[in-house]
Design a protein around this ligand. Structure first.
Ligand code: LLP
Length: 404
């Protein structure tokens, strides 16, 4: 939970660009990427940044410059990645539940593709046969992740082709002479226990001998980052050690050494992000002292949607006495960011910062209540750059067709 940007820097940015504003620190992303590449330096591993966490084009370009690849969850993310300058071979499209036409489009763009349904695998086989290497997204039936909403590999999950349908998968592969280059799993987000990844590898090793042209094993993303004081994230060094040992113990029966892929989203960009809001009103009631900020779940939905915890600080009164507050939004819903939260005494007009807001913060924002989406600022080499303007009134009407 680094605080690479000081209260003074964040205050200056809020003063210059207004609030609410997302602020990202480029060097923190770099540090996170270096932690991964250094831990895995002795193994054949490639990292694909799961850009669904944060797709601002400047973040994509920054990640590209660092040397990472990119994982996409929609054809538009694929197009953004290519627009940012990633070569097609460095782009991965791990889809779920999509129309076959998007897979055709991705193939035409020359990117790596993981297919997550028997139906699309069959269509791909019929149309392209052996001509284009493709990956299969499997559901390994492993329960993992911080909460059920972000668990994706268990027996009731919609994601991937259930591993128990391996006979059907092999039938499709054989019938169409498919060139399967990659097997993929992603079991969830916020996985602290590195043994979950080892378990995933073991599940995959039980079926690997069936795939003779395999080159890559993709273990997905989901590394846990600390959100709360005292939280412990995934031990990346231990993960690297255990993954390497697992592969050393299972040489690929096909002969070729397998390259391991990971798709980290939160790990790459959660910590780099600060969401700065301003206090509109304070309402003293018998239930709580409500601190209402100029935002809501229209801008940061994680606390309401996942009960996620974000550390909050009053950067305008850092030495004020600690008091307990309910931090809420200003939209017409019960948009509670935090109950019973101790903050330095809050006054109307103060700036409250939400930490670890880089991943799935702006990215999941909306214009609900016809409020503007926030601005985004990137701090690189100490200098702030506006990388997305705050919405203006015209943005609310954009694409609406007035027929009355
Ligand atoms: N790969 C695949 C196939 C995924 O579905 C995801 C996340 C990732 C990689 C990256 O996972 P990460 O490293 O970021 O945990 N909005 C939720 C998280 C949803 C994650 C969806 N898939 C949140 O804010 O907690």
């Amino acid at each position: 939970m680094s605080e690479a940007l000081s209260k003074e820097q964040l205050t200056a940015i809020a003063t210059q660009y207004g609030t609410p504003v997302y602020v990202y620190h480029a060097e923190t992303i770099e540090n996170q990427y270096r932690k991964l590449s250094s831990a895995f330096r002795n193994s054949n591993t490639v990292f694909f940044y799961a850009c669904k966490a944060l797709t601002n084009i400047n973040i994509l370009k920054h990640v590209k410059q660092l040397g990472a690849n990119v994982d996409c969850s929609s054809i538009n993310e694929v197009k953004l990645a290519l627009y940012a300058g990633f070569l097609p071979e460095r782009v991965l499209y791990t889809s779920n539940g999509i129309a076959f036409s998007e897979i055709e489009e991705a193939k035409a763009l020359g990117v790596n593709i993981n297919i997550d349904s028997l139906s699309n695998l069959e269509k791909f086989g019929k149309k392209f046969g052996h001509s284009y290497p493709v990956g299969i997204r499997l559901r390994p039936n492993i329960m993992a992740g911080g909460n059920l909403k972000i668990s994706t590999g268990h027996e009731k999950s919609k994601f991937g082709i259930p591993i128990d349908q391996i006979d059907q998968i092999l039938q499709v592969v054989e019938q169409h002479n498919l060139h399967i280059s990659d097997l993929h799993i992603h079991t969830g987000s916020e996985i602290k226990d590195v043994d979950v990844f080892v378990k995933g590898i073991e599940v995959l090793f039980s079926i690997i001998p069936h795939f003779k042209e395999l080159e890559f094993i993709d273990l997905g993303g989901g590394f846990k980052v600390p959100y709360k004081e005292g939280d412990v994230g995934t031990d990346i060094d231990l993960l690297a050690e255990k993954v390497k040992a697992a592969f050393d113990n299972h040489p690929n029966p096909g002969g070729k050494p397998l390259q391991v892929w990971f798709e980290p989203g939160k790990f790459m960009v959660s910590e780099c992000g600060y969401f700065v809001t301003q206090v509109n009103v304070i309402k003293e009631t018998s239930a709580a002292s409500f601190v209402s900020v100029d935002s809501g779940f229209n801008h940061l939905i994680r606390p309401m949607f996942y009960d996620a915890y974000h550390r909050i600080e009053n950067i305008s009164n850092p030495s004020g006495p600690l008091k307990e507050y309910a931090v809420v939004g200003n939209i017409c819903e019960t948009d509670t960011f935090a109950w019973n939260r101790k903050l330095n005494e809050v006054r109307e007009g103060d700036l409250l910062v939400f930490y670890n807001a880089g991943a799935y913060g702006f990215e999941m924002s909306s214009q609900f209540n016809s409020r503007f989406k926030p601005a985004e600022v990137l701090v690189k080499n100490g200098a702030p750059h506006l990388i997305r303007k705050r919405d203006v009134f015209e943005d609310l009407l954009r694409n609406q067709v007035e027929v009355l």
